[in-house]
Design a protein around this ligand. Structure first.
Ligand code: ACO
Length: 442
């Protein structure tokens, strides 16, 4: 009879073990029973990049990378992008259900009334160098929010968690817009509570001398849809960073600062910025084959292509591609779109990309839209960070409530020197550095 177990024979000893399988996984800790000798501490799994390790049970986002499916709390991303708006989707992600009209009105009110930041934030914004990257400013200022809200340390208190969630979702656009205005030498614009979440964000970015900024409804909706698409993506690098810091019971501002820092990386949230730089470098359709050659020889990566989980077309990329055309009707066509479309076409006909199941990801087209909206490249990951705050906060709350979670503390396989004695400096020979891949020093 079939059993929910994994039967393992250890080839070193001939011993047999029965490991329970639950929800399609074995518990890594069960491997510790498998020992080569009595003093062996037990078998470990080696998983750089955590490619096949589930670090938690989660009910927030679902990704089926083989079929190209993404759902938030069971709702398909395509349906949310068509019918919902960012704030409603954020409610869904954070609370688990779509709100009724009454709860949505309260949520909107609660987020909107937390969009102001302490005046001192402006002072340390001013302390950054004139050319500071807004993402660097965001890492610093989000982390600094923890000093303004010491009550956020009560991570086990439900009401405190709710308050910090409203504060963070409310304030992220303000911090992001301040960072942008600072980098442009423009005065800061305070939030306008009469506008939508994304309309207010556009106002804080682009308002000049007019009494009231009126966002173009097509562009306002486009940013809203992009925010929906970027709101959550289960255990990605930045969410894992948030969870890791939160597992030490740090306050959520510190945890989210870690998430923003992870998102800053070009292999993660910095990819849409890198895509535009790549499209600009390619410049014309004629230069695509030569560029692709470099991607295939490992000289460079095709930015906006490939994904750890998706081995199919990223469903978000499909939605963004369609959205781009609607945006261009208002802004005029971004000339880089022709290079992007042809680059995608050629890559998807090339065996290198086909055999490795490398498809366009979320970032391949999002930058082209952001650029058409007038956003500078350096703001792209910042926009991503605003949207992803809903996902980060949901994961933070889920982790804190989960009795199975413990402080994150992975194992390592030590491959360094054995024990040796300290030699006084005058007696030491010239050092010979190890050159193997792991221990090579900087
Ligand atoms: N261009 C060229 N080759 C690629 C690319 C790419 N964009 N992505 C993967 N490959 C190749 C690798 O060289 C490797 O080839 P090999 O088997 O011959 O060695 C193979 O495909 C598998 O790649 P891995 O690096 O093992 O895939 P991994 O899952 O670790 O990386 C990642 C995923 C980081 C997203 C990668 O595809 C990449 O660097 N893409 C470009 C950056 C990017 O667009 N990032 C945004 C991701 S979406 C997000 O974070 C929101």
């Amino acid at each position: 009879m079939a059993k929910d177990t994994l039967d393992v024979t250890d080839g070193r000893t001939g011993a047999r073990y029965e490991l329970p399988i639950e929800l399609g996984a074995i518990r890594a800790i069960d491997l510790r029973k498998i020992k080569a000798s009595a003093d062996d501490i037990g078998l470990r799994s080696y998983d750089p990049g955590l490619t096949n390790t589930a670090s938690c049970k989660s009910a927030i986002g679902y990704v089926d990378g083989e079929r190209g499916v993404l759902c938030y709390r069971g709702y398909a991303i395509e349906e949310l992008a068509e019918k919902s708006d960012y704030l409603e989707t954020a409610y869904l992600i954070v609370k688990g259900e779509l709100p009724d009209a009454h709860h949505f009105a309260m949520w909107r009110h609660n987020i909107t009334t937390h969009s102001m930041v302490h005046e001192n934030i402006k002072k340390f914004m001013d302390g950054f160098r004139y050319d500071a990257h807004p993402m660097g400013m965001l890492v610093g200022t989000v982390g600094a929010l923890s000093t303004f809200y010491p009550d956020a340390k009560n991570v086990l208190d439900l009401e405190s968690r709710r308050l910090q969630t409203r504060r963070l979702i409310g304030k992220m656009p303000t911090l992001a817009a301040f960072a942008y205005r600072r980098s442009r030498g423009l005065p800061y614009v305070y939030p306008d509570n009469e506008l939508s979440y994304t309309g207010n964000f556009l106002s804080m970015l682009f308002k000049m001398t007019e009494l009231r900024y009126e966002p173009d409804p097509v562009l306002e909706r486009a940013v809203d849809v992009l925010f929906i698409l970027q709101a959550e993506h289960e255990q990605n690098c930045s969410t894992n960073a948030v969870r890791c810091v939160a597992s030490a019971r740090a306050d959520p501002y510190s945890a989210v600062a870690a998430g923003v820092a992870a998102l800053y990386g070009p292999l993660h949230g910095g990819a849409n910025e890198a895509v535009i730089r790549m499209l600009e470098e390619i410049g014309t359709v004629a230069r695509i084959p030569e560029y692709l050659k470099g991607c295939k020889t490992g000289e460079r990566r095709l930015m906006g292509f490939g994904h750890r989980i998706y081995r199919n077309y990223d469903p978000r990329a499909r939605i963004i591609k369609e959205l781009a055309h609607r945006v261009f009707e208002v802004t005029g066509k971004n000339p880089l779109i022709d290079v992007a479309l042809e680059l995608e076409r050629q890559a998807l006909e090339d065996d290198y990309f086909v055999s490795r199941k490398l498809f366009p990801n979320l970032d391949f087209y999002s930058g082209v839209i952001y650029q058409a909206l007038g956003m500078p490249l350096t703001m792209f990951p910042v926009l991503f960070a605003i949207a992803r705050t809903a996902g980060w906060m949901a994961h933070w709350a889920e982790l804190v409530r989960d009795p199975e979670q413990r402080i994150v503390r992975p194992r390592q396989i030590y491959v360094g020197e054995g024990a040796r004695s300290y030699v006084p400096i005058e007696k030491r020979p010239e050092p010979v550095m190890r050159e193997d891949a792991v221990s090579r020093t900087i």
